[in-house]
Ligand binder design. Structure first.
Ligand code: ZN
Length: 324
């Protein structure tokens, strides 16, 4: 794994670990908030090996005597939670909905099989090997949060106030954001993606956009997205415009009787959101949006959603190069 970054200091006592490269799945950002001899981590990486890298950097930034014994988990996806076993005994904060959602996630064993033992000549196997083949998911115990809440929970790190706001269902059913009012920083989890198309599993897009607007209303100077580079408030404004437009396009194409996957193909063909990585993830977010437009309240089949994205990526990889 090429990503072994140090922490980036955002302001006094607030650090982000930003391992992501463009067009990469799974390399989630994490955070360290440390003040007056106390610390709070925001999320953990995907695997124990990556978590050890993050914790080494966090230990260096926090100092040797500061206990790393509290973690906020922004949502239940494995790329934000599967490192928790490297922090035995830690207090882990999450929303009640995130705890309930955890059992719907693919297990580390399932993901390991998909990434290493699936058929490379089929879209899903090809796609998982390509995007998850570098991760070793063996030996991961999925750890539940120890402290759950609904609505809002206020914590402190030393005397620094830290607000946890539940904003889901949006990206998943159990999302929260971490607001540091004095430092004007928000850790947004996967409510916000930077650089790549998001993949939203719960939706609808209006709920994700509304969560983004709640972040803007907090007046942050910096937003740490779940994936990709740090964002200033103006950039978050542009991301909201993308979410609003995608919601409109989904509504239109659903009304025209197109499937979600075809709607993704149409938007990609017209180059509507050029410049964002992982364009095939439109199939995931549009399928989620269609579920809402259809009034379908069944739990999403996450692997079926990933399969739709894999088919689009497979098609795009098989396309002849453009001649002009
Ligand atoms: Zn994520």
């Amino acid at each position: 794994m090429a990503s072994t970054p140090e922490l980036t200091q955002i302001t006094h006592g607030v650090f982000a670990w930003l391992p992501g490269q463009p067009s990469a799945w799974g390399l989630a950002n994490c955070g360290l908030i440390t003040f007056q001899g106390r610390a709070l981590l925001v999320d953990t990486p995907y695997t124990p090996a990556l978590t050890d890298v993050f914790l080494k950097a966090a230990r260096a930034a926090a100092g040797p005597s500061v206990p790393l014994d509290r973690v906020v988990v922004t949502h239940a996806n494995g790329d934000h939670t599967w490192g928790l076993q490297q922090l035995p005994g830690a207090q882990v904060f999450a929303t009640e909905a995130a705890l309930k959602h955890q059992c719907l996630e693919p297990t580390p064993e399932q993901l390991h099989l998909l990434a290493h033992d699936s058929d490379p000549d089929r879209p899903l196997g090809w796609y998982f090997r390509r995007h998850f083949g570098e991760f070793d998911f063996r030996g991961i115990d999925v750890m539940p949060p120890t402290d759950t809440f609904t609505g809002r929970l206020d914590l402190t790190v030393g005397e620094m106030p830290v607000e946890l706001h539940e904003v889901g269902p949006a990206h998943t059913v159990g999302d929260l954001i971490v607001h540091l009012p004095e430092q004007r920083v928000v850790f947004a989890g996967d409510i916000v993606f930077s650089g790549d198309h998001p993949s939203h599993w719960a939706g609808p897009l209006a709920a994700v956009a509304s969560a983004c607007r709640r972040i803007l209303d907090l007046g942050p100077e910096w937003v740490v997205p779940g994936h990709g580079p740090l964002m200033a408030a103006e950039e978050l404004g542009r991301h909201i415009a993308y979410l609003d437009d995608l919601s409109d396009q989904a509504y239109l194409m659903h009304g025209q009787g197109r499937s979600a996957e075809d709607a993704a193909r149409v938007l990609l063909k017209e180059g509507r959101y050029a410049g964002l990585g992982l364009p095939e993830r439109l199939a995931i977010t549009l399928s989620t949006e269609y579920r809402h437009l259809d009034g379908d309240s069944a739990e999403p089949d996450l692997l079926a959603l990933a399969d739709g994205a894999a088919r689009i990526a497979w098609e795009r990889a098989s396309m002849p190069p453009r001649t002009s």
